[in-house]
Design a protein around this ligand. Structure first.
Ligand SMILES: [Zn+2]
Length: 149
């Protein structure tokens, strides 16, 4: 299971249901990689403007995402998918980097950044699944499906 553990502040500022997003990501990526993925990912608000990062904090499974929450909804979802890919680079591919780049271009064109941007391509679909799920939850309440008849 991929489990996002956001701070109250991140929840408040993004208004994202991270329990639901955890379930969606778990389904997509466990199916995609065809294996169980056990990642616990704390999500904190990034202190650096327009920058998000992901780091392994202990063992193999505990990550910390510093998330830039200042953009629009689509930006936040795509950033989460991007940063999650950095966790997969280590967790799934055993690909670790401690590279320091000489320039922004070197960083932008590096293997890990190109690879992470690739996962952003799922943003539209993940948001659609997320929004449909939320709408179904609302309808369940609106039509009072908890009650019989
Ligand atoms: Zn990146």
């Amino acid at each position: 299971m991929i489990e996002f553990l956001p701070t109250k502040r991140v929840i408040k500022e993004t208004n994202i249901d991270f329990n639901l997003l955890s379930k969606i990501c778990t389904s997509i990526f466990e199916k995609g990689f065809d294996k169980k993925i056990n990642i616990k990912c704390k999500v904190w608000k990034s202190k650096v403007k327009e920058q998000s990062t992901m780091e392994l904090t202990k063992g193999r499974c505990h990550y910390l995402m510093d998330l830039d929450t200042e953009g629009n909804r689509r930006y936040v979802f795509s950033t989460i998918l991007h940063e999650l890919r950095h966790a997969f680079q280590e967790y799934v591919f055993n690909f670790t980097t401690v590279a320091r780049f000489a320039s922004y271009n070197a960083y932008y064109n590096s293997k890990e950044e190109r690879d992470a941007r690739k996962q952003e391509k799922l943003t539209t679909e993940v948001m659609k699944i997320y929004d449909s799920f939320k709408k179904a939850e609302e309808k369940f309440k609106r039509f009072n499906l908890k009650e019989l008849g």
